[in-house]
Design a protein around this ligand. Sequence first.
Ligand SMILES: [Zn+2]
Length: 260
Amino acid sequence: MSLLVDVHTHLDHSLLINKLDEIIRRAKNIGLKHIITNGINPETNRICLELSKKYGIVECGMGVYPRDALKKEVETGEAQLKVEEFDIDEEISFIKENKENIVAVSEVGLDFVNGENRQQIEDFEKMIRLAEELKKPIVVHSRKAEQKCVEMLESSKNRKIVMHCFSGKKSLVKRIAGNGWFLTVPTIVVRSQQFQDIAKNVPISQLFCETDSPYLSPYKEQLNEPAFVIESYTKIAEVKNMDVNEVINNIYMNWQRVFE
Ligand SMILES: [Zn+2]
């Protein structure tokens, strides 16, 4: 059955980009129907757009990721790309021009790992408004800023909110689920109690699966890739005591409600 979806990847990443033909082939073989690849700045937004045109199963998300956090990730080698200064309003115009080519405003959010940052809050506010205006789902990264993210999103009329790799407290998970938003179960769930709890406690009608490729691999020695998303489905089936096909069907219905 080919109804698997991987709602969060970075296929433009330098560790993956040269192997994409094989990666996409393996994804199709295991039954993936859609993969979202996310831009995080002007350069990656454009690469993700190209990838979505090249590969039928790849969909494009565009956004502006917390800029100071990204700079830090580049410095430490976690992210491998050039980071140039840019005008966010120009990038918003570019995203608007491409609204027919994107399935989400993604990846955006707040990351206070290096402290609270005013520019991030302003940028995120603009991304929230952009998603509202385009009537697109918003896929949110939050690190050390979970409460602030939830508060800002609660001021939005957008109902299509997906909290990606959410590591906040249980009370916030409850609040997110109560708001009717969505949470992802990343493949790292195979060894993360936090995500097993999310898989267990959040209704199946509000869950998505993702790999976050090339990061957070379920297999220690291997880079993550979309084909591994099956691990998330299997784990959800296990902790919810459901048939895996039932999990696949339910999450596909979520996909149709949110991203189509
Ligand atoms: Zn991401």
